[in-house]
Ligand binder design. Sequence first.
Ligand code: SDX
Length: 428
Amino acid sequence: MSETAKIEIGGKSYEFPVVTGAENEKAIDIKKLRGTSGCITIDPGFKNTGSTTSAITYLDGENGILRYRGYPIEQLAEKATFLEVAFLLIYGELPNKKELADFKASITNHTLVHEDMKQFFEAYPAKAHPMGVTASMVCSLSTFYPESQDPNRPKEAIDLTIHRLIAKLPTLAAMSYKNAMRHPFVYPKNNLGYCENFLNMMFSMPTEDYEPDPVVAEALNKLLILHADHEQNCSASTVRIVGSSQANLYASISAGVSALWGPLHGGANQAVIEMLDKIKEDGGDLEKWVAKAKDKDDPFRLMGFGHRVYKNFDPRAKIIKKACDDVLEKLGVEDPSLDIAKRLEKIALEDPYFVERGLYPNVDFYSGIIYKALNIPTEMFTVMFALGRLPGWIAQWKEMVENKEPIGRPRQIYTGETERDYVPIEKR
Ligand code: SDX
């Protein structure tokens, strides 16, 4: 006998099926709610509302668990490469040797972007934020591959678009940085690995040879894996809802880049470093800034703290915090921001305001410190998040399409004026 939930409203009782997930999470299936009771539910920010069922990523917010297709994030971050994880998220299984070789070869051969795209970059002001440039460029890719706009294109064509995106996003990201620096673009090199190629496109200069540091490449590989997916977060939900209208994958991913830009979401990694710099410049009075974060009349929030799902600890933050010490030591980097961040974490986690609300460091709290040590400029931090999140967005979009989910169109409760007649201007 399957479990059901009863709702009583208007003196009538209605029964709805309960859906149980692979990890025993439960949801009330309200597909028939409006048709039977005439009512809808309302839940701003969808804090209690599931938009879909998904087999990609599992989060347990209370126990700090994150798994991609069942594999614990701790193991993937330690043992896998980013392209292996991308393949796992998108196609559902870890690739065997041939699958990985074919996947890598396809991506390697699509890293170039059309030469005409260089003109777009030249039209941007020097200080154009790379997230604005990247979101535009990703959507513009759809104009160079118009066949990608066909919702009924075959699987092979969809795979080609997927590989083009994974191949070209690092190229576009590096071009947005070089453009901002007014430095010459650096072309991708097919003999370099995914992370090494990105670093070369970012930091190579015509005046000198550049050799990607293996420590930097390894740290980048780990950071990209840690950011690769996170179930129905704001940007993934954006990708799914845009894709649900049968907009093409480039347009859907571009929308995800835009959603990620917000400081409450992926933009927090840039906001954390700016916050730490502001605290440092202000004399480093941590108690003062923690008090500001608790003050409801003060708009200041402790950036990099808190999470919609994790109410205990973000497993990614734990891994990144440890990686901070390793990477900075290996690179011989001294960054006072790391010390400030650690002391800030300690003060906050001894403060009832944060503990009672389940506010702990999230993935963005320490990631910027590593990006800084890798010489990634602050305004590129959220672009780095997008590079990592791309395979997750693609996997979420692909699952939505393969499940033939309906176009996303939430309902509302109207609270405006009831019917009234037009008033001629003379009488207003
Ligand atoms: C990411 O969803 C994902 O999975 C996202 C992500 C991913 O991988 O895709 O994990 C990546 O976006 C991480 C989050 C990065 N954002 C930040 O670090 C910005 C700072 N954090 C917050 O703004 C906030 O914690 C959110 C946005 C992350 C979560 O917000 P919620 O779940 O809507 O919670 P809320 O804003 O309703 O806060 C609950 C309470 C409130 O106080 P009360 O009304 O109960 O008195 O906690 C307070 C908030 O004022 N609060 C904070 C705080 N975060 C929440 N107070 C001070 N500092 C903070 N950072």
